[in-house]
Design a protein around this ligand. Sequence first.
Ligand code: GDP
Ligand code: IMO
Ligand code: MG
Length: 425
Amino acid sequence: MPNRVVVGAQWGDEAKGKIVDCLAESAAMVVRYSGGSNAGHTVMVGEEKFKFFLMPAGILHPHVTCVLADGAVVDPGVLAEEIRDLKRRGIDVSRLRISANAHVIMPYHRLLDELEESRKGEGRLGTTGRGVGPAYVDKAARTGIRVGELIDSNRFRVRITHAINEKNRILSRLYDAPPLNLDEVLAECEEQAKDIRPFVTHTAPLVAEAAASEPGVLFEGAQGTLLDIDHGTYPFVTSSHPVAGGACIGTGVGPTAIHQVIGVSKAYTTRVGAGVFPTEQCNEIGDHIRERGAEYGTTTGRPRRCGWLDTVILRYSAMVNGLSSLALNHLDVLSGLDEVKIAVAYRIDGAETSFLPGDLSNCNEIEPVYETLPGWDEEIGQCESLASLPRNARRYVERVEQLAGIPIFSVSVGPVRDQTIFLQK
Ligand code: GDP
Ligand code: IMO
Ligand code: MG
């Protein structure tokens, strides 16, 4: 298998988890390269549902080594709970490796995430509240605590004492919030450190070695291209690099090690949190998608904003990720609509463009230009090939491929592993 990146091509929740689970079968290693417990990746095996926040979605395959790499931020409490839950369900987690260089999400990061969102009021980003942004702030400020320090009691004691002093000043002076108790935080962290210590190592050499051997590495993206801090819809983005290039930065492998980049998209668009969303449908179409697609956040339970597929975004995604192919998910959700629409361009302040503008936040009015196709009524959850799809559903897939300019890798017709039609593998 080539070394592949699976990357969200939209605003996250494109069902990357499902695609990673399917492809992990033919990989030696699955590596989460960015983000933290803001991610929620769902895998359905028959009736059984697994939700992964930090654990790479390859863990259900007994032969796969799973790596939480340098570029991720780790909430040890969340990860420890995932490890316990998987063990209870009979899954062997001894194949997990956590980078000593990954930064730790501390209790004060979660607190600051919430306080900052409240302070922003109407202007809030709608973060997941998992402390991810503040953890990356400390990383960039070079004051963050890394996993290697968390599991080293003596070093940790020094670092946490200093950090709590500093954060307590911020909490009281900036937010008028009560201070944190050093001993309590220390005790909580030491407990969590115990749970994750056996898995911690220097992961870059492991990833490099697996990437240089057969059957290769699958890099699991979190979030989505439009949430990238540089290439997304800033400032309504996350604090990391979900794009395919993040797989190199976040793991320590060079760009020449990557052979294939699979973009993952829904057959429509969703977004959680605030920010521009040109094809959003605040009407019965949006409701149809939300209800049929169960579009409620895996991590926060928030209703997702829903709208038509946007190929302006997919073309942009193809460009910034260098997409080789596209996994098109959730086609089943569009069943039952008289007609389906695809955005092919935008009309911005009167002028039409088929490219995503550099700064969407600076556009006063974005009106999508749609192409309308006939819908289909049939349920398609049982379809096992493109040929067995209703004619109009097939036509929709073909048109998406043409408009996005990316070859289709797979089409998904339901949440379960088997409900995936692979055109390439
Ligand atoms: P991720 O964050 O990109 O891994 O995506 P999420 O797990 O947050 O959200 C995707 C949701 O859609 C999950 O609940 C999946 O079980 C579900 N899902 C995946 N593929 C399909 C599909 O083809 N059709 C439907 N209806 N649901 C799907
Ligand atoms: P997966 O991996 C969808 C969004 C949040 C918010 C913005 C910033 O499951 O696709 P953050 O907590 O990261 O500071 O929030 O990013 N967001 C996601 N949206 N899927 C995700 O992950 C997301 N992770 C963050 O809703 O708009
Ligand atoms: Mg998700």
